[in-house]
Design a protein around this ligand. Sequence first.
Ligand SMILES: NC(=O)c1ccc[n+]([C@@H]2O[C@H](COP(=O)([O-])OP(=O)(O)OC[C@H]3O[C@@H](n4cnc5c(N)ncnc54)[C@H](O)[C@@H]3O)[C@@H](O)[C@H]2O)c1
Length: 433
Amino acid sequence: MDMEISIIGHGYVGLVTACVFADFGNKVHVIGRTPEKISRLRSGDPIIYEPGLEEILDRNLKNGNLEFSTTYDSIKNSEIVFIAVGTPSQADGSADLSQVKVVAKEIALALGESFTVVSCKSTVPVGTNRAVEKILTENAPAHAKFAVASCPEFLREGTGVSDTLSPDRVVIGTESKKAADLLLELHKPIGGQRVVCDLSSAEMIKYASNSMLATKISFANLIAEMSEVAGANAPLVLKAVGLDNRVGAKFLDAGIGYGGACFPKDVKALAFIGKDLGVDSSLLDQVEKINHNARERFAERIVKHAKGKVLAIWGLSFKPNTDDIREAPSIEIMKYLLKNGFSLRVYDPQAMGHIRRIFGDQLSYFDNKDDALAGSDNLVVLTEWSEFAAADLEEVKKVLKNPVIFDGRNVFDPEQMGKLGFEYYSVGRKDVK
Ligand SMILES: NC(=O)c1ccc[n+]([C@@H]2O[C@H](COP(=O)([O-])OP(=O)(O)OC[C@H]3O[C@@H](n4cnc5c(N)ncnc54)[C@H](O)[C@@H]3O)[C@@H](O)[C@H]2O)c1
């Protein structure tokens, strides 16, 4: 059965969700607050970069399944309304729920006479959907019939479309059977196990999931730091650890740590929730601290071992296949390098515009990795885009004034680097000199 739904917010979560559900034949209305962005979306520009998204957007604009608006008119006919606005960190680490609350009130005022499920896709602390329910109850017209549900999103930037099509699980938290049934119906064409549960558990599942993944990364980076001192090979150690099927191989990579709009804020928010509940959540404080240390240690190693003051920087986004630079390790590392007198010649396949807005003329920007390299003393790799792993290293050696590479993502093989005559610094592995 095709449904009519509305989604508030057209960021990574809102737009990808909207496009995928429209592609299944549902009528999807996306509500934003900036007219200029709404016109860009209407003309087929997704604004964000996510592989495959532009094509689905284009297809569903043409077939009329997808509409964009700054008004809440579509709410009255929507069976399901998803809230997909931001929930950034506040100074104390807690989640800022102001966008969710503003939107909940707008939805309440626009509700029609038919039953509507109002569901947070945004990552929100336990109790938020109850607060949304209260806002709806206080502001909805008397004739409105609604139920709230928590439907947390698990997509990863860079693979957002395929993750939405085949997630590991679909979590639906609600106390309303009717709401659960409608959400199950909407998700019918989508793969993954179903977890239907109460509101609080659904809210907690999302924070617990992201914090678990961040903990694995920080654990890997702790082992990497120890391995560097002990002379062990961290990637090999972690590979062997991951072969234990109780642990699993994923998210056990040594590097310069996690970034993005989710892990940093969600770890901080869960730590805050723990404290608020009177539970010792210092494990999560350490996860955050180790993550920060990983960047700092790498930046210090560059300052210590660089041969020359002009560095090519390959990779700026917080991970490959996205233009997102929120909390990207590159930002902190480049600020540190600038403070230490380096000139930086930067290239990223997607994130240049966002980085330029932060750094302005403090950096030199290039359209491709080779131009960034020309005239540089050494090379620094900060994001593992596949084009960097595929680089012609003999050519890199010819172009660099001094053949020194700092590899924050363990993209290259130390043995090969040694054979080619590079001085090579990576994470959790012996330096090649
Ligand atoms: N990005 C991810 O990979 C990801 C994955 C899972 C969950 N989440 C969670 O989903 C939520 C959204 O994340 P995102 O990355 O899509 O954020 P985003 O910043 O890319 O998008 C947020 C959107 O909300 C819109 N918005 C804010 N206030 C609004 C208002 N009053 N009216 C209409 N629109 C409004 C913004 O304009 C923007 O389009 C967050 O809670 C995040 O933690 C994100």
